[in-house]
Design a protein around this ligand. Structure first.
Ligand code: ASP
Ligand code: MG
Length: 417
């Protein structure tokens, strides 16, 4: 039993869908669940169509863009105009149109009811396409399978309910058929659509892998595997062949974008191997996250986070930064849902690195300025280097100023101007 996950870039054109179908057709040795994201950048477009984001009167051009994008792909894949895929899509687009014309309610709720169409449409197209190629499969509405709470935009998964649904609805199909289903979306406790957070399809595949006890999960990507740095910013990347589970969790936590941070834990709990492979070169070995003692090859790993704010918080009464002050600061961060990327304290001040967000920063200042003095510096870079040497640090930093640095035996983090 295997689980494949195809992201937006792997199905962003008719040629990409054909390539994806070839990858599946060449790997039909046993039960298979295929999790698919929205095509290309569809989710970004749908985010603009969430009721309340723009006036409904401005929706039509964007809706037309979403429709045209998908129909260009569909007409290429299904030249026969009477193909049933056209009816299925007409229903989905009518529902999408109706959803985007509803009056706004709570944003997170409206968000999930709207963006879910990206995945519903992509999987409908792909399921029909595989069927026409003779790759028999069954489309499953994952909203009946993965259950979350009612947080809607960052739903928390109810694994017990999800497990029951997988056993009842997915496992029996897999005895004789391939399952095609959506990433990213789920069903809330209240019976509506919820979502798992941006880039959440990896996590969907991990949840299903966990509940199905899969032998392996494969993420098909546009990179050859897990690289030691983002090739967009780094000319000479090294592909990591083997990554221990905990190392992958650490890297995702520090901001490595190759996998969604929540993905690894369920996989690790059941000792399932996670393959990261290139859909452009599917026979190449890629990278494997698994029960390995160390990464191989052992090489420095770089994670760059741009647009960072370094915030210094000082008690106005010159008291020390001790538990009671920390409690106040953390309570404010927690209520505003601000994620801290790095923190450090001295006797008199507490420093935090967070993503640039002027709106949240102003709200944090409002909450804290009675008791504390806040100073900040925006537009910084946070660099994390695992398996560093001083030589590497010097080379990366160059002539720039280091505002803050932390080191453990394996990892250093630098905030740089
Ligand atoms: N389509 C969603 C997004 O773009 C989920 C995903 O691709 O993983 O964030
Ligand atoms: Mg994606």
């Amino acid at each position: 039993m295997k689980v494949f996950k195809f992201g937006g870039a792997s199905v962003n054109s008719a040629a990409a869908v054909r390539n994806m179908a070839t990858i599946v057709s060449q790997r039909l040795d046993g039960a298979l669940t295929v999790v698919v994201s929205a095509m290309g950048k569809t989710t970004n477009m749908l985010e603009q169509l969430v009721p309340g984001v723009h006036p409904a009167s401005e929706h039509e051009p964007l809706l037309a863009q979403v429709r045209d994008y998908h129909y260009t792909i569909v007409r290429d894949l299904f030249p026969q105009p009477s193909h049933p895929v056209y009816n299925a899509l007409a229903v989905l687009f009518a529902q999408l149109e109706e959803q985007t014309s509803r009056p706004p309610t709570a944003y997170n709720f409206d968000y999930s009811q709207t963006v879910c169409f990206g995945e519903l449409i992509s999987t409908t197209i792909i399921s029909h396409y595989l069927n026409t190629l003779g790759i028999q499969n069954q489309w499953v509405d994952v909203r009946t399978v993965i259950r979350t709470d009612n947080q809607y935009r960052e739903g928390i998964v109810d694994f017990a309910a999800t497990q029951r649904n997988v056993d009842r609805l997915v496992a029996p199909i897999l005895e004789h058929n391939i399952v095609i289903t959506q990433g990213f979306i789920a069903g809330s406790a209240d019976g509506h659509t919820s979502t798992l957070g941006r880039e959440g399809s990896d996590y969907s595949a991990a949840i299903l892998s966990y509940c199905l006890g899969a032998e392996s999960m494969t993420i098909w990507k546009d990179v050859p595997g897990f690289l030691n740095a983002d090739p967009k910013y780094f000319p000479d990347t090294v592909k990591i062949e083997q990554i221990p589970y905990n190392e992958a969790i650490e890297l995702a936590y520090y901001g490595a974008s190759v996998i969604h941070p929540k993905t690894v834990k369920p996989i690790q709990n059941k000792n399932i191997q996670l393959h990261i492979k290139s859909f452009l070169n599917p026979d190449a070995p890629g990278s494997i996250v698994g029960p390995f003692p160390t990464i191989r090859p052992l090489t420095p790993l770089y994670i760059f986070k741009r647009n960072q704010t370094l915030l210094s918080i000082l008690p106005k009464d010159f008291s020390f930064i001790a538990e009671d002050n920390m409690k106040t600061i953390f309570a404010a961060l927690a209520t505003l849902n601000i994620r801290v990327n790095l923190m450090q304290n001295t006797a008199l001040s507490f420093s935090l690195c967070i993503d640039d967000n002027p709106l949240l920063l102003a709200q944090l200042r409002d909450q804290l300025q009675g008791q504390f003095l806040l100073r900040y510096n925006q537009g910084l870079q946070l660099i994390t280097i695992r398996y560093y040497t001083q030589d590497i640090i010097d080379r990366i930093v160059g002539s720039r100023t280091i505002l803050l640095q932390q080191r453990t035996r394996t990892t250093t983090q630098l905030i740089i101007q």
